[in-house]
Ligand binder design. Structure first.
Ligand code: PSU
Ligand code: MN
Length: 307
């Protein structure tokens, strides 16, 4: 494998990739900007344990001192969790400058996909992706995550999209850019905190083997681009739609009133929704990440078996 001069692959991850063993990438913006300390660090460490217990190697991805890192130590995870929003939230546009300046960066879905691909990792687990924001027809706020899914061949396992986004427009965008949206054991796009949204996915897949086979076909044909797996939150942790939708509507309205824009929008909404639901949304968020980590590990194992 040809490595670029900015990339450091943790030795355990490098060995697994070289030997064709399963590896699951994890993002660091969810740690620094997606959850409060200390739950962010506890969750990140537990997610790594779940992936190991399932038989795959975790690779949490971040930028440290201008180096692209595939695989963090627990001390590094603690550092990202403690620094929180003081860390630069790094999207595609930030990579070059952060590396040239030797700075730290928390990787979003976009930059985690980029670095995972550089490191030879194909499967990535997270909570939620960015998408087309409500009101995007005037703000043009469309997450770079969608563009990255269109171009970079990494499978992203998420719990669907939150209704802080416009779910219909997000699906339209993914369709235009040729990104398959797969429902795991469901025909409906899950809405992150709830199992249903009223929107249909492109295909229902019932096993990790089916997911792996679809991704293998896409890669073998050289179609390029990623694949989005949407895995519903387990029933016992899903939220009452009325409660969560009210909190989301209130948070979106406050966001507009405060004039919050750009990269601050998603972290503001996540934190405000957690406050408005008395922490219930955070508890659900943590459980759905665990659930996605398990499915991603099983899919990575199935993918490796395809050779
Ligand atoms: N959704 C979540 N938790 C998160 C994010 C999204 O439930 O932590 C983060 C991810 O890193 C995602 C990013 O890639 O927010 C999207 O930000 P933006 O909307 O600014 O593109
Ligand atoms: Mn945005």
């Amino acid at each position: 494998m040809k490595l670029n001069q900015y990339l450091d692959i943790n030795p355990e991850v490098a060995a697994a990739v070289a030997e064709g063993r399963p590896v699951v990438a994890l993002e660091s913006t969810i740690i620094s900007h997606g959850m409060p300390y200390p739950q962010n660090v506890e969750t990140a460490l537990q997610v790594e344990r779940i992936i190991r217990d399932a038989g795959a190697v975790p690779a949490t991805i971040a930028i440290i001192g201008g180096r692209l890192k595939a695989g963090l130590t627990s001390e590094e995870i603690e550092y990202f969790g403690k620094k929180g929003q003081a860390i630069h939230k790094a999207s595609r546009r930030d990579l070059a400058v952060l590396c040239a300046r030797g700075e730290d960066g928390a990787t979003t879905v976009t930059t985690t996909m980029i670095i995972a691909h550089m490191a030879g990792i194909q499967i990535f687990a997270t909570g939620g992706i960015g998408g087309v924001h409500r009101g995007a027809e005037t703000t043009m706020d469309i997450s770079a995550d969608l563009e990255e899914l269109a171009h970079t061949p990494v499978m992203v396992v998420c719990a669907g999209a939150k209704s802080i986004l416009d779910l219909g427009l997000t699906l339209e965008y993914l369709e235009t850019h040729g990104v398959p949206v797969l429902g795991y054991q469901t025909n409906e796009l899950p809405a992150f905190y709830t199992r249903t949204s009223g929107f249909r996915v492109d295909y229902r897949m019932d096993t990790p083997q089916e997911l792996a086979a679809a991704f293998k076909a896409q890669n073998d044909m050289g179609l390029g681009g990623g694949m989005l797996v949407t895995n519903p939150i387990p029933q016992e942790y899903s939220m009452d739609p009325e409660v969560i939708n009210k909190a989301i509507d209130d948070a979106v309205r406050e966001c507009g009133e405060k004039g919050i824009q750009g990269k601050e929008t998603t972290p503001f909404l996540l934190a405000r929704i957690a406050e408005l639901t008395g922490g219930n949304s955070l508890a659900s968020n943590i459980q759905l990440v665990f659930n996605n980590a398990r499915l991603a590990a099983e899919t990575a194992i199935a993918y490796c078996k395809l050779g």
